[in-house]
Design a protein around this ligand. Structure first.
Ligand code: SF4
Length: 121
């Protein structure tokens, strides 16, 4: 049996959760104020995922960068590959919130979408 401490990032409470686990199975948790904390540590132990908020170069607008985000979290170990794809992308103004920049990025069933309307300069 192993134990580990996680900080739950699902809400501003940021509970410090101590978890006893074995073979990826959670045996006991302490410190979580709600059940979501247990689900969070189970996910972290078996398949940790992260979302990304970043920016993409844009041509023809007042600003050089446009903010983007993922539509779904991706496996933590894929973050570097996803960032490489985001860094390669380039938009042309105008763009609208929700517009897809990269569909199914790295085959991970998550899209990179625009989070800011940007007009032509
Ligand atoms: S365990 Fe529940 S209350 Fe605590 S940070 Fe996570 S979601 Fe929030």
């Amino acid at each position: 049996m192993n134990s580990r401490v996680f900080t739950c990032i699902l809400c501003p409470n940021g509970c410090e959760i101590e978890v006893c686990h074995e073979d990826g199975r959670v045996l006991e948790t302490e410190g979580n104020k709600c059940k979501k904390g247990q689900q969070y540590v189970e996910q972290e132990l078996t398949d940790p995922r992260r979302t990304i908020a970043s920016s993409v170069r844009i041509k023809g607008s007042f600003l050089p960068l446009c903010s983007v985000r993922l539509t779904k979290p991706v496996p933590k170990q894929a973050i570097f590959s996803v960032m490489e794809e985001i860094n390669k992308a380039e938009l042309t103004a105008p763009v609208r919130i929700g517009e897809i920049v990269i569909r199914n990025v790295c085959g991970l069933e998550s899209d990179v979408i625009v989070t800011k309307n940007m007009e032509r300069s």
